[in-house]
Design a binder for this molecule. Sequence first.
Ligand SMILES: *Cc1c(COP(=O)(O)O)cnc(C)c1O
Length: 390
Amino acid sequence: MISSVLPTYNRAPFSFVKGEGSWLIEADGRRFLDFGAGIAVNALGHANPALTKALTEQAGMLWHTSNLYQIPQQQVLADKLVDATFADTVFFTNSGTEACELAVKMARKYWYEKGDPARTEIITFSGSFHGRSAAGIAAAGSEKMTKGFGPLLPGFIHLPFGDHEAIAPAIHHDTAAILIEPVQGEGGIVPLPDQCLKGLRDLCDEHGILLILDEVQCGVGRTGKLFAHEWAGIEPDIMMVAKGIGGGFPLGCVLATEEAASGMTAGTHGSTYGGNPLGCAVGNAVMDVINTPAFLADVNRKAGLLRQKLEGLIAAHPDVFDSVRGQGLMMGIKCKAANSDVMQAGYDQHLLTVPAADNTIRLLPPLNITDEEIADAVDRLDKAAASLAV
Ligand SMILES: *Cc1c(COP(=O)(O)O)cnc(C)c1O
């Protein structure tokens, strides 16, 4: 008999009743060190006092009004994002995949309004992930996500990730945009080298097409910059954001230049909940903490510490681990043992990690993780690896 919750997940047998910073706690008091952070969502840990205050104060005032009216919290958050980035304008969503839907619509509408309505094709890359909506699965294109769900939304072509030579010949008169994650998340924490991102920007400029970045997982301080593309010194035309921006409250957004957003006039897009007072109150609190030079500098310092310890760990367990990759506090360990076994051995040490493609485990701790917790996590991984050794 089917379970009352649609069984689309293989869930680990934990059920947490409380969170404290980087820790999740079961009803019997067992504590787990959380290096998954709700898949890069709890950017400031669990039950963060500043976020709890923002949420509960707003909850006592006003939850929801719809976008039929002015939403001051949304205006403030949009201004903050515009001030901090390339963007001139922001649309708020509840999730990453909704941000993908709008990014695709915006790129197509841009060309439609320019009098070039056949320009609908978007170039994407193997191993990518853009969410589970119709546009999201068609954009990513992997059989795992699309099989049985056809007919797929047309207008995407998929190129091998990292093969720069393949891109220029794929651009033609119907190409609207290139869509890419600066650091692939689900794909196994695979950073796109800065040179490649620069090269993509140049190609887009040369052909006059739009560059859409999916920073749903790698954005909002995760890599040690507010947004990952800043490392390459380039700017996109459109960017998808979610996960960390809400710190655990469902919130996402699309950022765009005035030019790229020029087709999105009144009535062309909407969302009942998107950017409601509750979500934006939390989003504002998240931005106020993360978008400071001191906070981001500390993310980079801790990333260096984590990386150094992981290199040591891998050297100590060459049969279990292959290599470490990633940027900031978005780290992946490619395993030699099955990544599911490594995760399970981690669970036995009360350490939570997240699986990814390419036999990788992801380490995505809260960005305000402490040095002691980093050392603790690597210690637990060391014990986990030792337990797997034959
Ligand atoms: C998680 C993720 C999404 C989808 O976000 P949802 O909130 O699950 O819809 C899209 N793109 C990337 C890169 C992601 O990591």
